[in-house]
Design a protein around this ligand. Structure first.
Ligand SMILES: [Zn+2]
Length: 490
C-alpha cells in the first residue's frame, strides 16, 4: 500500500518533469553490500533446479540429489511473479519488477503499467552511487531481462530502440550475447554497435580478446565468438572450445569489475527459458548447472569479502510447467537417459531442416531419418522405442517432412508441437518423458519462484513475498537511501 501511495505521488511529480527521490531512509548504521550479484535464471523454477540436482546424482547407487551451490544458500524465500495485467507473466514485466520494484504490464520494459513513466532500476542506482555495473546474459543484450536494467520502452520487441538506450546507461560491462536488430528490424538504421562506440564503448569480440584483458579498458560490450541468428550464445550442450560458458564469463567479469567502489552485477541464465519453451529437459538442466557454476564463482569472490557481499539468486518466472514425474512413468525416473541427448532441440531442428532440404526434397521414408535421430539422441539405439513412440515420431516426421498434418484443428497441432519443429521437439520431449520429467505448457507458468540469498541482509529474503520486494531489499543492503525514484520517460 505504501508503494502505491508513493507511486501516485511520483506520477504527480513526474508531470512537472522533476526527478526526485521518493523516500529516504537512514541506513548508515547497517552493513553495506559493496559487491552485489543478482542472478536471474530465466524460467528457472524449483523443478528446473531439482531436475539438475537429480541429473547430477545419476551415477550414485542410492537415490539422492546432488546439491547445487544455490541450494546451500542460508536463506530461501518464495516470490510471486504475476504481471499488472496478467496472472502468468513474461520476462519484460517480471524483469521490470525485479529491476525496479514496480508491477508493470506484459511486454513493458522499465516503465509503469500504463507505459507513461520510466522506472529507475537498481543497476542505475548502483551506478549513480559510484559502483561499477555489469549486465551479463547468455541471450542478446537487448533482450527483455537485461533490458529492464537500462532501458525504458513500451514494447520489448522494439529491440533497436532498446539497443540505442544501452550506451546511455554508462554501465561498465555488457556481455556476452550480441545486439539483436543492431541495424533495425529492416537492416536500414545506423548500426547500434557504431553508436555505442561513439558513446565511449569498446567492443570486445571473442574469448581470446576478453580473457586476455587484465583490467577494464573503459566501458565494454563483449561478444561470444559464435552467436545464433537471435544473437544468443550457443547452449552449453552445443558449445565448442571456441565458446565461453557463462561460468567462465562471470569469473572473468568479476576480476574486471572488482574495484574499491564496489560493483553490481546482474547475471541472467537466459537460455534456461528458451530450452524450457521447447520442453527440452537435457538442455535446460545443463544451462542450470552452468548458471550454478557462475554462482560458484561469486561464492569464491565472497570468501574474500564476506561482510561486504550479497548474492541473490532468483527467477523471473517458471517456464514449461516442468515437473519431476509424469503420467507415463508413474513413480519411476531415469535421468541417465538425458545424457543420450547430444545437442539442443535448436541444433537438432537445424539438422532436420537440412535433411528436409537435401535428402527429402523429392519425398522420403520415415526409416531414413533414423541415422540422424540415432546420432543426436540415441532414440532407437540405447533408448528403445515402443510402438506408441514410433507412432508419435512417424506422425511428427510426416508433419515435418511431408506436410501431412494429422489434424485439421490448429489447437491439436499446437498442443503437440507448440511453435516448434514437430520432429525435433517430439524427440527431445520423448527423452524428457522417458527420463521422468513432465511438461504442461510451451509457455510460462504462474507458480511462485524461489529466491535465495547469502550475505548482507540475507535474513530479509526469507518468507513469501512479491517479486517487487526483491530490488528494495537489494537497495537496502547496498545502503542506498533514495530507494525508488522515477524519471521522465522518453
Ligand atoms: Zn520465456
Amino acid at each position: 500500500m505504501l508503494k502505491r501511495i508513493l507511486f501516485g505521488i511520483a506520477s504527480a511529480i513526474l508531470v512537472q518533469g522533476l526527478n526526485i527521490p521518493l523516500y529516504s531512509t537512514d541506513l548508515s548504521s547497517k552493513p553495506k553490500a559493496k559487491y552485489v550479484f543478482y542472478f536471474i535464471g530465466d524460467g528457472m523454477g524449483l523443478a528446473q533446479v531439482s531436475a539438475a540436482e537429480a541429473f547430477l546424482a545419476t551415477n550414485n547407487p542410492q537415490i539422492q540429489l546432488k546439491s547445487l551451490h544455490m541450494s546451500n544458500f542460508p536463506v530461501i524465500g518464495l516470490s510471486t511473479t504475476y504481471a499488472a495485467n496478467r496472472l502468468i507473466t513474461c520476462s519484460a514485466a517480471a524483469g521490470t519488477a525485479l529491476a525496479s520494484g514496480f508491477k508493470t504490464s506484459i511486454n513493458t520494459i522499465g516503465m509503469d503499467a500504463s507505459r507513461t513513466a520510466s522506472l529507475q532500476s537498481v543497476a542505475a542506482m548502483a551506478k549513480a552511487k559510484g559502483m561499477k555495473v555489469g549486465i551479463i546474459t547468455t541471450v542478446c543484450i537487448n533482450h527483455a531481462t537485461p533490458a529492464v536494467f537500462y532501458a525504458h520502452r513500451p514494447d520489448r520487441n522494439d529491440y533497436y530502440t532498446i539497443a540505442l538506450q544501452l550506451p546511455e546507461s554508462g554501465f561498465d560491462l555488457f556481455g556476452y550475447g550480441g545486439i539483436k536488430d543492431a541495424k533495425g528490424e529492416n537492416g536500414d538504421r545506423p548500426d547500434a554497435y557504431d553508436i555505442a562506440v561513439t558513446k565511449g564503448y569498446k567492443i570486445i569480440r571473442g574469448q581470446k580478446d576478453f580473457l586476455s584483458l587484465q583490467e577494464l579498458p573503459g566501458k565494454i560490450i563483449v561478444l561470444n565468438d559464435r552467436l545464433d541468428e537471435g544473437k544468443a550464445v550457443p547452449f552449453i550442450i552445443d558449445q565448442t572450445p571456441q565458446d565461453m560458458p557463462l561460468s567462465q564469463f562471470v569469473e572473468k567479469s568479476i576480476q574486471l569489475l572488482d574495484n574499491p567502489e564496489g560493483f553490481f552485477m546482474m547475471v541472467e541464465g537466459g537460455l534456461i527459458d528458451w530450452a524450457c519453451h521447447s520442453n527440452d529437459a537435457a538442455t535446460a538442466i545443463k544451462e542450470v548447472i552452468d548458471l550454478d557454476k557462475a554462482i560458484g564463482a561469486a561464492l569464491d569472490f565472497m570468501k574474500l569479502h564476506p561482510n561486504e557481499t550479497l548474492i541473490v539468486v532468483t527467477a523471473d518466472h517458471e517456464t514449461g510447467g516442468m515437473a519431476m514425474g509424469n503420467a507415463l512413468m508413474k513413480y519411476e525416473s531415469n535421468f541417465n537417459l538425458l545424457s543420450s541427448q547430444k545437442v539442443s532441440e535448436s541444433v537438432l531442428k537445424k539438422h532436420i531442416n537440412d535433411f528436409r532440404e537435401t535428402k527429402c526434397k523429392d519425398g522420403c521414408q520415415f526409416e531414413e531419418i533414423f541415422p540422424l535421430l540415432n546420432k543426436y539422441t540415441d532414440l532407437g539405439l540405447n533408448i528403445p522405442l515402443t510402438g506408441f513412440d514410433s507412432i508419435q515420431l512417424k506422425m511428427a516426421f510426416e508433419t515435418s517432412m511431408l506436410r501431412k498434418i494429422p489434424f485439421s484443428e490448429k489447437d491439436g497441432i499446437y498442443l503437440l508441437y507448440g511453435d516448434e519443429e514437430p520432429l525435433s521437439v517430439t524427440a527431445v520431449k520423448m527423452i524428457s518423458q522417458k527420463a521422468g520429467i513432465g511438461w504442461t505448457t510451451w509457455s510460462h507458468s504462474g507458480i511462485p519462484v524461489p529466491v535465495r540469498a547469502k550475505g548482507v541482509n540475507q535474513e530479509k529474503f526469507g518468507g513469501y513475498f512479491d517479486n517487487t520486494k526483491i530490488p528494495e531489499l537489494i537497495l537496502e543492503a547496498m545502503g542506498i537511501s533514495s530507494e525508488i525514484f522515477m524519471r521522465d520517460g522518453k
